[in-house]
Design a protein around this ligand. Structure first.
Ligand code: ZN
Length: 139
Protein backbone atom coordinates (compact mmCIF):
# COMPACT_ATOMS: atom_id res chain seq x y z
CA UNK A 1 0.00 0.00 0.00
CA UNK A 2 1.18 3.50 -0.85
CA UNK A 3 0.46 6.62 1.16
CA UNK A 4 0.86 10.31 0.41
CA UNK A 5 0.63 13.24 2.85
CA UNK A 6 0.37 16.91 1.88
CA UNK A 7 -0.49 20.11 3.72
CA UNK A 8 -2.40 22.87 1.92
CA UNK A 9 -2.03 26.39 3.35
CA UNK A 10 -4.66 29.12 3.21
CA UNK A 11 -4.83 32.72 4.40
CA UNK A 12 -8.39 34.00 4.04
CA UNK A 13 -8.45 37.83 3.78
CA UNK A 14 -11.72 38.01 5.78
CA UNK A 15 -12.98 36.42 8.99
CA UNK A 16 -15.22 33.98 7.11
CA UNK A 17 -14.80 32.46 3.67
CA UNK A 18 -15.61 29.37 1.63
CA UNK A 19 -12.93 28.21 -0.84
CA UNK A 20 -13.24 25.44 -3.43
CA UNK A 21 -10.07 23.40 -2.81
CA UNK A 22 -10.93 20.54 -5.21
CA UNK A 23 -8.13 21.47 -7.68
CA UNK A 24 -5.50 21.35 -4.92
CA UNK A 25 -6.77 17.96 -3.70
CA UNK A 26 -6.75 16.62 -7.28
CA UNK A 27 -3.15 17.87 -7.61
CA UNK A 28 -2.20 15.98 -4.43
CA UNK A 29 -3.86 12.86 -5.84
CA UNK A 30 -1.83 13.14 -9.07
CA UNK A 31 1.37 13.54 -7.03
CA UNK A 32 0.52 10.43 -5.00
CA UNK A 33 0.40 8.13 -8.04
CA UNK A 34 -2.45 6.29 -6.28
CA UNK A 35 -5.28 5.13 -8.54
CA UNK A 36 -7.39 3.02 -6.13
CA UNK A 37 -7.88 3.98 -2.49
CA UNK A 38 -9.19 6.66 -0.14
CA UNK A 39 -8.49 10.37 0.19
CA UNK A 40 -8.95 12.10 3.57
CA UNK A 41 -9.08 15.90 3.67
CA UNK A 42 -9.31 17.59 7.09
CA UNK A 43 -8.97 21.06 8.56
CA UNK A 44 -6.05 21.16 11.01
CA UNK A 45 -7.66 23.98 13.04
CA UNK A 46 -10.65 23.98 15.39
CA UNK A 47 -12.14 27.11 13.81
CA UNK A 48 -12.22 25.86 10.18
CA UNK A 49 -14.05 23.10 8.31
CA UNK A 50 -13.71 20.88 5.30
CA UNK A 51 -16.99 19.84 3.71
CA UNK A 52 -18.45 18.70 0.39
CA UNK A 53 -21.25 20.50 -1.38
CA UNK A 54 -22.19 22.42 -4.52
CA UNK A 55 -20.03 25.28 -5.83
CA UNK A 56 -22.94 27.71 -6.07
CA UNK A 57 -22.77 31.32 -4.89
CA UNK A 58 -26.35 31.47 -3.57
CA UNK A 59 -25.87 28.30 -1.54
CA UNK A 60 -22.74 29.75 0.07
CA UNK A 61 -24.68 32.89 1.03
CA UNK A 62 -27.35 30.59 2.51
CA UNK A 63 -24.71 28.70 4.54
CA UNK A 64 -23.37 32.02 5.87
CA UNK A 65 -26.83 33.20 6.94
CA UNK A 66 -27.75 29.80 8.40
CA UNK A 67 -24.53 29.57 10.42
CA UNK A 68 -24.92 33.13 11.73
CA UNK A 69 -28.39 32.10 12.89
CA UNK A 70 -26.97 29.19 14.92
CA UNK A 71 -23.90 31.00 16.23
CA UNK A 72 -23.85 34.76 15.62
CA UNK A 73 -20.39 36.35 15.92
CA UNK A 74 -21.82 39.33 17.87
CA UNK A 75 -22.30 40.06 20.67
CA UNK A 76 -18.97 38.51 21.60
CA UNK A 77 -19.83 38.58 25.33
CA UNK A 78 -22.63 36.01 24.92
CA UNK A 79 -20.04 33.17 24.80
CA UNK A 80 -18.17 31.79 27.82
CA UNK A 81 -15.25 30.77 25.54
CA UNK A 82 -14.65 34.48 24.89
CA UNK A 83 -14.15 35.09 28.63
CA UNK A 84 -10.57 33.95 27.89
CA UNK A 85 -10.07 37.15 25.85
CA UNK A 86 -10.68 35.43 22.50
CA UNK A 87 -13.47 36.52 20.16
CA UNK A 88 -13.89 33.32 18.15
CA UNK A 89 -16.37 31.19 20.09
CA UNK A 90 -18.76 31.37 17.15
CA UNK A 91 -16.02 30.02 14.86
CA UNK A 92 -15.57 26.91 17.06
CA UNK A 93 -19.34 26.29 16.92
CA UNK A 94 -19.56 26.88 13.15
CA UNK A 95 -16.67 24.47 12.62
CA UNK A 96 -18.50 21.79 14.57
CA UNK A 97 -21.69 22.28 12.53
CA UNK A 98 -19.86 22.14 9.15
CA UNK A 99 -17.53 19.31 10.12
CA UNK A 100 -13.83 18.59 10.38
CA UNK A 101 -13.12 16.33 7.38
CA UNK A 102 -14.28 14.50 4.29
CA UNK A 103 -13.25 11.15 2.81
CA UNK A 104 -13.54 10.63 -0.94
CA UNK A 105 -13.07 7.32 -2.77
CA UNK A 106 -10.29 7.21 -5.35
CA UNK A 107 -11.25 5.22 -8.45
CA UNK A 108 -9.23 5.01 -11.69
CA UNK A 109 -6.97 7.80 -10.41
CA UNK A 110 -9.87 10.25 -9.91
CA UNK A 111 -11.84 11.56 -6.93
CA UNK A 112 -15.04 9.51 -7.19
CA UNK A 113 -17.60 12.29 -6.64
CA UNK A 114 -21.36 12.26 -6.94
CA UNK A 115 -23.07 14.87 -9.13
CA UNK A 116 -21.93 18.47 -8.38
CA UNK A 117 -19.82 17.45 -5.39
CA UNK A 118 -16.83 19.71 -4.70
CA UNK A 119 -14.55 19.97 -1.66
CA UNK A 120 -14.59 23.24 0.31
CA UNK A 121 -12.46 24.81 2.99
CA UNK A 122 -14.72 26.73 5.36
CA UNK A 123 -12.93 29.50 7.25
CA UNK A 124 -14.62 30.95 10.33
CA UNK A 125 -11.72 32.85 11.95
CA UNK A 126 -9.46 33.90 9.10
CA UNK A 127 -6.89 36.60 8.37
CA UNK A 128 -4.08 34.20 9.35
CA UNK A 129 -2.31 31.21 7.83
CA UNK A 130 -4.07 27.90 8.43
CA UNK A 131 -3.62 24.36 7.13
CA UNK A 132 -5.58 21.51 5.60
CA UNK A 133 -4.20 17.97 5.66
CA UNK A 134 -4.59 15.68 2.65
CA UNK A 135 -3.81 12.00 3.26
CA UNK A 136 -4.23 9.50 0.45
CA UNK A 137 -3.83 5.75 0.91
CA UNK A 138 -4.15 2.95 -1.60
CA UNK A 139 -2.27 1.51 -4.51
ZN1 ZN B 1 -11.04 30.03 20.49
Amino acid sequence: MKSHRKELWFNAPSRRDFMNITPQVEQALRESGITEGLCLVNAMHITASVFINDDERGLHADFEKWLEGFAPHEPIGQYRHNDTGEDNADAHLKRTIMGREVVVAVTDGKLDFGPWEQIFYGEFDGRRKKRVLVKIIGE
